[in-house]
Design a protein around this ligand. Sequence first.
Ligand code: UDP
Length: 327
Amino acid sequence: MTNVLVTGGAGYIGSHACKALAAAGFTPVTFDNLVTGWRDAVKFGPFVEGNLLNRDQIDAAFAQYQPVAVMHFAALSQVGDSMTQPGLYWRNNVEGSLNLIEAAAEAGCLNFVFSSTCATYGDQDNVVLDENSAQHPINAYGASKRAIEDILRDFDVAHGMQSVIFRYFNVAGADPEGEVGEFHRPETHLIPLMLDAIDGKRDALTVFGTDYDTPDGTCIRDYVHVCDLVDAHVLGLQWLLDGKGGRVFNLGTGSGFSVREVITHSREVTNRAVPIIEGNRRPGDCTKLVSGSSRAVAELGWNPKRSTLSEMISDAWRWHQTGHYDT
Ligand code: UDP
């Protein structure tokens, strides 16, 4: 079997990626410290409990499993936290990734799929965000991911590390078969928080800012279904294994929805009221992040199938009602 080392394989996106990799005939080897991930989410291949800040643990995983490639999801990813704890974000995300990239290069594993973010672009009013757009992150999370992209480029020059870098827009939804789903403690993301408010697990959803320069005053994001997103990762892995070389791809649908529009869709999908409170802006939030590129469609042959807002909310709602991990 062909092993792929999946850091963060016990997390939301990583666990869906492991399922997609296994379906494509790879063996996903999860490397995760279980700080934000769940042991129960590791269902599709071996598990290594390890920390990216511990180089010996990374080296041991490469020695034991001899992966042909790395898929690197493990990261702290809360925009708000990154503004109050930048040191934590830089150490965990950048130092941890540097350890991983160095270990991969030394082990001769030169295929690297990296989970980056549209937060590397920052706030750019009226600019179409394609892969050539300037990167001016406005929060430490985005800055940490941009730094890792730079490290990967330097390792390409020095060591021939080939990387496919995916800049995600907003990932939502869950495995329609209910094997894995989104489960964060604490939860900070819009759709799961809204579903909590809908079924009474929290009093209300706070809308972070209603005075943005958008048609309804709330932030606009481009939502993409997690299953479509991980399909792109398998295509990106194949791209590398076919020797096509380093490339950056945005992963978004090109359609933007405001927070209020997501609330309206959630009401329609669940047929329940959404209790909301209108609150202040959250520091670090960009006004609008919408992907302006179809490079992944044109070059990778990516074919997103489930990324309508209603389908994402409906899959998330099913998981919300039936799925859980033991905590
Ligand atoms: N948001 C909100 N209330 C919440 C959580 C999020 O209004 O409790 C907004 C947030 O300001 C942003 C959008 O929903 O405009 C998506 O936020 P999320 O945290 O899900 O993802 P991010 O865009 O930060 O990656």
